[in-house]
Structures are given as structure tokens and as C-alpha cells.
Design a protein. Structure first.
Length: 398
């Protein structure tokens, strides 16, 4: 998706917000229908039946009838796809949408003249029942656009994203393999020794964030002051998210251009960032520490980095079992938890090899991927970090 910043007028912004409200309302009705289902009851209605029900609801409800049928039907289509993803076990079950969170709607059947350029930095897109809405022409709009999505983030900014499949980045052809170890202190450590960190808020911005959070805690619920403070916090968080997305795009593009194969750990990020607070009957332990770790993992952009790599370098991203990669010496293959002396320091208890712990793990990931690639071609597995006992015996004998 190619995303651009929308620049609606106040009247257009109100109309776009109305479309978001209609899409959210229809989505939540579909969620309620599926939540009502129980074993033994009639199955929840599908997309076609929900569209017939939507037609009847529009005839009986003037507020709903005043919106765009395209927006409302596409909300049902998105829900049907979300349920298909849930049953396919690739996504979680779709849940309720709240006002101010995940606001947006989708437009399909876009014609050739519905997107046009006005000047070097200004373009327009035609939105049903809103008209021509200007957006910032920050880069070339993909040709042959068939659909687009309009979204509003928590900071109140509007965006339009045109659906397009980007061309993959060609491999350099040098046969280079790189291992990427993702962490919290170091967002991405490469087997080349390079360590990359996702950008965060500056010290002055963090100070302002803490001050705003204290003001939010003192503000009365439902007051205008509380709404203004929440808006200021949302703008700061949006700034951090934008920086992280920009870092992911640049990092993934650089890796796809430099290496033929990119090896990463096969991490279950959803399970790793699950809340530890538990329930009243069985409360969790170290909840605050776990919450801080969850925030660190999400701030490092682990999932988005691999997702973008798979889009830009399809077929060239290999996921490796993360087991023992941080406890295995890349020099001799000896595995011991004691070798990991700290978060950043690795010193093998067998051969004395010293390295940055994340870089050592990245090299193990690289060697494992290289071994798998050779084994797939029928040769002996090379670089397997767990298959180095003969090397270790020679080192100990010497």
C-alpha cells in the first residue's frame, strides 16, 4: 500500500468522519451477529446475507441511508475477510471497533480519472459523497489503482493508501547471506557486526511525554482538558511510530539490496508480547516488568521488519529456529548458558571467544541458514552451529 497524507477541508473532514462512523457501525453489527452464535444455533449470516440485511437497514434508518453504500458494503467485505483469516489461523478473531481507534474505510471500483495530479506536490482523489479531496503528492501514485483506503490515526491525521503490489527488489547475485538477530537493546544486530536501532523519542520529547502523562492522570474524565492532553500525547506517539516505520522501510530496503539471503529468527511475537496480568483468581507475576518488555519488543519493530523484508525480497527470507542461538559459541560451537555473561557480552567458557552477544547470535543464525541452503542442494550442511564438536575437541586438545 502506498500511503499519502490527506488534506481535507473542515467540511470534508466531517464527511470523512461520517464514513468512518458508518463503517465502524456496520462492522460492529457483524461482530455482534457472529458473537451471538453458539453450538446448536443457526450459523451466522455470510457476506451475501449481510448485504441484504444492510439494504433493509438503510431503508429503515435515515442516518445509515445518508452514507455511502460502497463504504458500508466494503466494511462487511473486510469483516468477511477477517473471519476467513481467523478460520485460516493466520489472524486473531475480529473484535469490536472503538471510536478514535483504527478509524477508516475502503473504496473499490476506482476509475482511471478518480485520482489526478494538480501540481508537483498536490493531488486529488475522488471520495463518494465527499468529492475531490486533496492529498500530498509525495511520490508517484501507482498506475491502475483499483481501490484505496482512507484512515485517520489517533493524532487526527488523515491518510489515503492506494492498493498496489510493489515490484520486488532484485537480489545482488553475490551469494551473500546475512543473519539478523532482533533484540530490545539492539533492534537488529547483523552477522556483519553492524548494529541497528529503531529511532525513539528524543530526550526532550520523552520529558514532555512524562509531563503530559502526569497531566492526564490529574485530568477529570470527560473534560475538555483531558481531551486536549490525550490529543497531545497521541501526536507524540504518532511521531515515534512514523520514525519507526521510516527506519523499517530503509533498513529492509538496504538488506534486500545487499544480500541474497536474509536469515531471521522464527519468533512468535504475538505470544511473546501477551499480557502477564492474568485474572483475579490467578494473578500474574512481574506484571510491570513484562509490560515494559512488551513495549520494548513492539517499539523495536520486530514483526514489521520481517514483514517488509518478505514483501521486498520474496523467497529470500529464511526463518530459523531461535533455540540456543544466543547460548552457542560461533567460533567452536560449544553451548552453555554461562557464556552469555550479560545482555551485550558473550565469552565462551570453552574456547574463550569474545563477541557482542547479539552479533554472535546473528552469526549463528546466518550459519544455520547457510547450512540449510547447502543441504537443500544435496551437499553437506555447512555452518550448523550445533555440529561443531570435532572443532571444539581440537581446540580443547590444543
Amino acid at each position: 500500500m502506498s500511503r499519502y497524507r490527506l488534506q481535507p477541508t473542515p467540511a470534508q473532514e466531517a464527511a470523512l468522519a461520517g464514513h468512518c462512523g458508518h463503517a465502524r457501525y456496520v462492522w460492529n453489527l457483524a461482530v455482534e451477529q457472529h458473537a451471538h452464535w453458539r453450538p446448536g444455533r443457526k450459523s451466522a449470516p455470510g457476506f451475501a446475507e449481510q448485504c441484504r440485511q444492510l439494504t433493509q437497514a438503510r431503508a429503515e434508518n435515515e442516518w445509515l441511508r445518508g452514507g455511502s453504500i460502497v463504504v458500508q458494503q466494503q466494511a462487511l467485505k473486510d469483516f468477511a475477510q477477517a473471519m476467513a483469516n481467523f478460520f485460516g489461523k493466520t489472524h486473531r478473531r475480529p473484535t469490536w471497533r472503538k471510536r478514535g481507534q483504527g478509524e477508516g474505510f475502503r473504496i473499490v471500483a476506482v476509475k482511471a480519472g478518480d485520482v489526478r495530479r494538480l501540481s508537483r506536490k498536490v493531488g486529488e482523489v475522488k471520495v463518494p459523497k465527499v468529492g475531490w479531496v486533496r492529498f500530498r503528492w509525495s511520490r508517484t501514485v501507482p498506475e491502475g489503482v483499483k481501490s484505496f483506503r482512507v484512515t485517520r490515526d489517533r493524532a487526527g491525521r488523515w491518510h489515503v493508501a492506494f492498493a498496489a503490489v510493489p515490484e520486488p527488489i532484485p537480489a545482488p547475485g553475490a551469494g551473500e547471506v546475512v543473519g539478523v538477530d532482533r533484540g530490545v537493546a539492539v533492534s537488529a544486530a547483523l552477522s556483519t557486526g553492524q548494529m541497528l536501532n529503531a529511532p525513539i523519542l528524543r530526550d526532550t520529547e520523552m520529558t514532555r511525554m512524562q509531563r503530559l502523562l502526569r497531566k492526564l492522570a490529574r485530568a477529570e474524565h470527560g473534560s475538555n482538558r483531558r481531551a486536549k492532553v490525550k490529543q497531545a500525547i497521541a501526536k507524540l506517539k504518532a511521531r515515534e511510530v512514523d520514525r519507526r516505520k521510516d527506519w523499517v522501510e530503509k533498513t529492509s530496503t538496504d538488506l534486500a539490496r545487499r544480500f541474497d539471503m536474509i536469515a531471521v529468527e522464527d519468533l512468535k511475537i504475538g505470544n511473546m508480547t501477551r499480557s502477564a496480568k492474568g485474572a483475579l483468581e490467578a494473578p500474574g507475576r512481574s506484571v510491570q516488568q513484562k509490560a515494559g518488555l512488551n513495549r520494548g519488543i513492539l517499539a523495536a519493530g520486530w514483526g514489521r521488519l520481517v514483514e517488509r523484508l518478505e514483501r521486498k525480497a520474496p523467497g529470500r527470507v529464511q526463518k530459523i529456529n531461535p533455540r540456543w542461538t544466543s547460548q552457542t559459541c560461533n567460533a567452536c560451537g560449544h553451548r552453555a548458558a554461562e557464556s552469555r555473561e550479560s545482555q551485550s557480552r558473550f565469552r565462551c567458557v570453552a574456547c574463550g571467544h569474545q563477541a557482542h552477544a547479539d552479533v554472535n547470535a546473528a552469526k549463528n543464525i546466518r550459519d544455520t541458514a547457510a547450512g540449510h541452503a547447502v543441504a537443500a542442494r544435496g551437499g553437506p550442511p555447512l555452518g550448523e552451529p550445533m555440529n561443531r564438536e570435532p572443532q571444539r575437541a581440537l581446540l580443547l586438545a590444543g
